[in-house]
Design a protein around this ligand. Structure first.
Ligand SMILES: *Cc1c(COP(=O)(O)O)cnc(C)c1O
Length: 362
């Protein structure tokens, strides 16, 4: 049985990574050194923001993003439940209140028309999640946020290199959070994350917050955390970043092949907004026969997965924030199935998957 996702580097990339790892090992400095600084400026340039601050994970990127904006106890944060529970965990860890907003039936991202209904005097921020690498309706969300004086922290943890027209995701809000978890479109060999922003003061404060709140050496004037991207991850990520655009193009090409190869079947696909450039962290189909299809493919040696089996508001730890009105979220969550998609997936393997799905629907 082939694994659902393959993340190990090819031979050429492995060589480049080995060289970098050696450099780091011999550098005598493994935390917050030149590899982190170089990767941060490279990443900021790629996203088109003035600053990028490396942290320990995507979850920490979200947490510190909230914290640096002063969002915490009793503040309401609007987001979708159709996401990784880690999105919501970051809000709850900062003692803020997640308010779940239903998703758009076509794009499966937060529905701008539902956002406005949920805004009240305690609402401080919106965390739009670019789920599976599909851009949220950012122009509308930005407009709404401006009108209501809300901050935007993008959850771009699945959206490295995705954009709307020429504007990269990660550059639309006050701040954005990225994850370098190994299976993400840009993944390290362990945990890592990044916050992007155009605000100089926020970026500076974030460099303090990730480092225990030290505003100068051994002087802690802010309540920070220990969440630093390490030199080894940064050096490896810099190598892997040089492959990202090409790998995203491959993912999009594979997605198109799935869509064409399955077009006439009773399956629905995620739609993208006009001008949106989806980077297919996952390729997900919707079917009322999810369990049977998953089982059938498994008997053919094809692994599939569900991202995510429970909407976040139905997770036991978030029971206090559960609302019953998320009709679209609940329905779609029951019907989704993620098919294998990763840059090294071969055409032959994909054709085999398509053939077997066709056979299932016979
Ligand atoms: C991966 C992910 C996170 C969390 O990132 P970590 O690096 O695993 O902490 C948050 N939100 C979304 C949408 C993710 O996919």
């Amino acid at each position: 049985m082939k694994p659902f996702v393959q993340v190990k580097p090819d031979k050429k990339t492995l060589k480049r990574i080995e060289k970098k790892v050696r450099q780091v090992l011999l550098s005598n400095n493994y935390v917050l050194g030149k590899h982190v600084a170089e990767f941060e400026s490279k990443f900021a340039k790629f996203i088109g923001t003035s600053y990028a601050v490396g942290v320990g994970s995507g979850t920490d990127a979200l947490r510190l993003g909230l914290r640096v904006l002063g969002i915490g106890s009793g503040d309401k944060v609007l987001t979708s439940a159709f996401t990784s529970p880690f999105t919501i965990l970051s809000i709850v860890e900062e003692e803020a209140i997640p308010v779940f907003v239903d998703i758009d039936r076509e794009t499966w991202t937060i529905d701008p028309q539902e956002i406005e209904k949920q805004i009240d005097g305690k609402t401080r921020a919106i965390v739009p999640v670019h789920i599976y690498g599909n851009p949220c309706h950012m122009p509308q969300i930005v407009k709404l946020a401006k009108k209501s004086g809300l901050k935007i922290i993008e959850d771009a943890c699945q959206a490295h290199g995705a954009r709307i027209e020429d504007e990269m995701l990660g550059s639309w809000g006050e701040l954005a959070a990225f994850s370098f978890y190994p299976t993400k479109n840009l993944g390290g060999v362990g945990d890592g994350g990044m916050i992007t922003t155009n605000h100089r003061q926020l970026a500076t404060t974030l460099t303090y917050l990730r480092n225990g709140g030290q505003t100068r050496r051994f002087y802690h004037s802010l309540r920070g955390v220990n969440s630093r991207l390490d030199e080894l991850q940064a050096a490896i990520l810099a190598v892997k970043m040089s492959l990202l655009n090409q790998q995203n193009r491959k993912r999009r090409w594979l997605a198109k092949r799935y869509q064409d190869g399955l077009a006439d079947l009773p399956l629905a696909f995620q739609k993208t907004i006009p001008g949106g450039y989806h980077v297919y962290h996952q390729f997900v189909v919707r079917t009322g026969k999810r369990q049977a299809l998953k089982k059938f493919l498994h008997t053919k040696g094809i692994m599939t997965d569900v991202h995510y089996p429970l909407p976040a508001d139905s997770q036991p730890i978030f029971a206090a924030y559960k609302i019953s009105k998320l009709r679209v979220t609940q329905q779609i969550s029951r019907e989704i199935l993620s098919l294998p998609i990763y840059p090294d997936l071969s055409i032959r393997e994909q054709d085999q998957i398509i053939k077997n799905i066709r056979k299932f629907f016979g």
